[in-house]
Design a protein around this ligand. Sequence first.
Ligand SMILES: [Zn+2]
Length: 151
Amino acid sequence: MRAKFGICTVYMKRLLTNFKLLDPTIHVMETHLKQCLHCTKKLAGRTDKKFCSNHCRSSYHNQLYGDRTNYMRRVNGLLLRNRKILSDLFAMHRTGTTVPLSELYVKGFSPCHFTHQQKKAKNQLFTYCYEFGYQLTGKDCIKIVQQLSIE
Ligand SMILES: [Zn+2]
């Protein structure tokens, strides 16, 4: 009984597929009822057109990619702020001087956002925001460093 039902389903699917392939109204829909992807206005002219205007094209792409670029913009903003904080502290203290970790937080440093990390030796982990980085040297102390070349 089960096998019979299976064959029946396959047969029905094939029949439906063939029907769709042969159905002339589907092709009519595709070629004559093209509409703008943004405002759904009917499109005339070239069949590869997707939008009725440049305005609709940019609105569509802003909607599609807007969230992604906003996210990236926020992350880039945090990275640049982190870099600025490290660069200011580096200019004030220079390499080798330890700075209290609290100085970073007071200035609004976001420790979750960094560009890369480097492990130079055991317990020597450097965290960078672009060319400026820091290393935890004590419980609440950091050492700020500047990387001079991209490795
Ligand atoms: Zn449109």
